[in-house]
Each structure stands twice: as structure tokens, then as C-alpha cells.
Design a protein around this ligand. Sequence first.
Ligand code: NAD
Length: 302
Amino acid sequence: MAKIAFIGLGHMGGGMAPNLAKAGHEVRAFDLSEDALKRAVEHGCTAARSAAEACKDADAIVTMLPAGKHVADVYRSAVFAAAPKSAILIDCSTIDVATAKLVEEEAQADGFTMVDAPVSGGIAAAQGGTLTFMVGGSAEGFEQARPILEAMGKAVIHAGAAGSGQAAKICNNMLLGATMAATCETFVLAGKLGLDLQTFYDIASKASGQSWSMTSYCPVPGVGPETPADRGYEGGFAAALMLKDLKLAMAAAMEAGAYTPMGGEAEELYQRFVDLGGGTKDFSGIIKMIDDSWKPPEDDQG
Ligand code: NAD
């Protein structure tokens, strides 16, 4: 069994690290938050006093941090200096493609093997060990990371060279954000046209308008399978995180010279939803903003 340093024990890492411990690995955990660290220890991990201490003698380093700047900082200030060169470095955070590639280049120049391995699936999947990992890096890096990722997920897919995991993640989430916004406005329109929403769901889910956003994650309460819509849009995938991913996608599109008007529109809609206070709601809750925005302004009502 491997000695694994796990850095970043928030909503996601706090679920993932215990699954490595459950699989029999020795997990040395570190987070800036004492509470997060305490919870990890309660779930079978050992507390380290610093990221560097966690990395000492480790076979693998796993990071699950908020954004690119945290990842670059942790690798530059602790991991590269403290981890053995034989350790596989695995960043599971969702970050910008440019930083992912840069940190992986720095790792390689320092004699390390590193992969980017962002996840699909939320907090429940992190706890349940059912995440999907999209991995960018060399074939050797992928093979070294695979058994560790398999202890935390149900699917581990090699997406391509360094940065490809992040690229796949943000392309997937740009598509998800755009199809969810389109699904929401479609159901609002269907209602305004007098259609029964369950009947429209039955038709569209068997017709060419079908999408995951509708049939697996319907934003309308009481229609389709049980989703966050049936729980007041609580839980699920926070709109603020969808906005983060759409911003990453737009930055990547700009750098790659790709024309992404639908992604841009989705980013604008989610920005407005977050500005209106919807950031902690599930991302399908944007239907409330789309629905409300159809009301005629006060001035026009009387
Ligand atoms: P979070 O904010 O809950 O957790 C991040 C943790 O990192 C915090 O506990 C924080 O204290 C810790 N941290 C920050 N800087 C640190 C440092 N220098 N050293 C040690 N610890 C440090 O975030 P999260 O929801 O767990 O998300 C983590 C990543 O996973 C993000 O990139 C996010 O976009 C991605 N993600 C989240 C979800 C989700 O549903 N929450 C789903 C898929 C992907």
C-alpha cells in the first residue's frame, strides 16, 4: 500500500482522502483549515503539520485546491522541494489549462512525473468514491496515477498530454452550462405556450431535443427523475462553481482562438445569477432567474 500526501481537504478533498485510507493506503493529510484536518483524521487519515511534511517519503501527492494560484503556490513552495522524485504528482483541482501546463512543465524540469486529473461528480460522488477522473499527462504518468485514482472513482480516463484533463473538464462543463441554460429557457417557454411540462418532458426526452441536462437533471420540480429542483435547488453543483468553470472555458477559448458564442452567453447568464445571490444554489436553479426575468417590468403592468 502506498504512502499518499493529500493536500486540500475541503468539500471534495474531505470526501476523497478518506476513500484512499479506506483502500488501505497511509494518507498524510494537510489543509490550512484545522477543522478540515480534524475531520480527515476522524476518517482514517494522519494529520501533517505542513504540506512539505505530508510530502516527505510519499509515493504519491494528491492536491484538491480551489484554483490555479493555490496549485502553483503549493507545488512551488512545498511539493517540489519536499517530495521524492519517484513520487507521482496528481492535481485533481479544476484549474486553468495554462497554469496546469506550466506547473507540469516545472515538475518535469525538476525530474518529477505529474498529471492533471480533474473530476466530474460533486461532493456526494467524492464521498461515495464514484468520481470520474479526466487525466492529462504521459502514458507512464497515467499508469502510475491510475490505481490511486481508482480508489476514489468509478472511471479514470486518459484524455491526452499535460493539461488535457483540464481541457476535457472545461469543455464538458461549458457544454453542460449551455445546455442547462437552454433547457431552462425551453421549459419556461413551453409553460408560457400552455404546454403541460411533464407532457413536454415526455415528448422532448424521446425527440431530438433530448440532453443530459433535461433527462438526468431536469430543472423543473416534479418533472423527470429526482433532482436538486425537487429540493429547492439546494445541494448539487453550485452555480458559483459552474461560473468558475465557464470563465476557465472562456479564457481557454480566447487563448486558443476558438469562437464560443454559446459558452459566452452561458457565462453571462451564470454571472447574472451569481450576482443576484444564486451562487450557492444548484446550477439548475438558474431557471428561477430566467422565469422571473420574463415578468413584465412594474411600469408596464398597469
Ligand atoms: P473547497 O474550497 O471546499 O476546498 C479547498 C480546500 O483547500 C480548503 O479546505 C482550503 O482550506 C484548502 N487550501 C487552500 N489553499 C491551501 C494551501 N495553500 N494549503 C493547503 N490547503 C489549502 O473547494 P472544493 O469544493 O473542495 O473544490 C476543490 C476543487 O475541486 C476546485 O478546483 C473545484 O472547482 C473542484 N470541483 C469541485 C466540485 C464541487 O462540487 N465542490 C466538483 C468538481 C470539481
